[in-house]
Write a protein that binds this ligand. Structure first.
Ligand code: PGA
Length: 251
């Protein structure tokens, strides 16, 4: 099964409008449109003003988070309708920084995923274990538990909108990336889990990404793995040349 590559830039709380525009000017020069989905996730207020820039480069824009409610008294939060009204088609839910720093539980991540998929948004669910968990040999058990709860409300007709990003937390922003073989082992496990719940045909079509210290010089190793369909990139996606290099290495 050939799945189209998906390369995502998670900018987290970085860039201003000026530096982001600069990114796109440079990106346009260093990146030639490829047969892949390229999605950049800027901070909320930068999404709308960057649309024209993204269109010129043939890349899509997404949001790093979304609220699980439709609307109302939720100061500081952003709804699926708001995102759709400014042309956003992608959302990330359950990033480990949301889980660890903002105490998002598996149940909450499950609600966000359901809300986002119901709204017709393409949604990337992040899962992954802490170093302690891996050292204790419980990484798969941990990821299975996340999948069980996070995907509990996702039915066969919604799962086609979901991609999974496996991001071992010890690899995020540390420069210590997972080996491609270890990442593949987990991706295979995730795909088997998906096949068990949704069937082989659907599981074969779901894109699974690796995330955690991806750089242009290690990307090819992941891209060569059978079950790895792309990457969710943090630090190395902030610079246009660097992100373009990752895309080239992935395809
Ligand atoms: P990193 O972050 O590439 O800086 O390790 C990845 C992520 O958090 O998505």
């Amino acid at each position: 099964m050939m799945r189209k590559s998906l390369l995502c830039a998670n900018w987290k709380m970085n860039h201003t409008l000026d530096s982001a525009k600069d990114f796109f000017r440079k990106f346009r020069d260093s990146y030639a449109s490829q047969d892949a989905d390229i999605v950049i996730f800027p901070p909320y207020p930068l999404i709308y003003p960057l649309h024209q820039y993204a269109d010129e480069c043939g890349v899509q824009l997404g949001a790093q988070n979304v609220n699980e409610n439709s609307k109302g008294a939720f100061t500081g939060e952003i709804s699926t309708d708001m995102l759709k009204s400014i042309g956003v088609s992608w959302v990330i839910v359950g990033h480990s920084e949301r889980r660890d720093i903002y105490n998002e539980t598996d149940e909450l991540v499950g609600k966000k995923l359901k809300k986002s998929a119901d709204a017709g948004l393409k949604t990337i669910l992040c899962v992954g274990e802490h170093l302690e968990t891996r050292k204790n040999g419980k990484a798969m058990e941990h990821v299975k538990n996340q999948l069980d709860i996070n995907l509990s409300q996702i039915t066969n007709d919604l799962i086609s909108q979901v991609s999974i990003a496996y991001e071992p937390i010890w690899a995020i922003g540390t420069g210590i990336a997972s080996t491609p073989a270890d990442a593949q082992e987990m991706m295979f496990f995730i795909r088997q889990w998906l096949a068990g719940k949704y069937g082989e045909g659907i599981s074969d079509r779901i894109r699974i990404l690796y995330g955690g210290s991806v750089k242009s010089d290690n990307m090819a190793g992941y891209a060569a793995m059978q079950d790895i369909d792309g990457a969710l990139v943090g630090g190395a996606s902030l610079d246009a040349e660097s992100f373009a290099g990752i895309i080239r290495a992935a395809i």
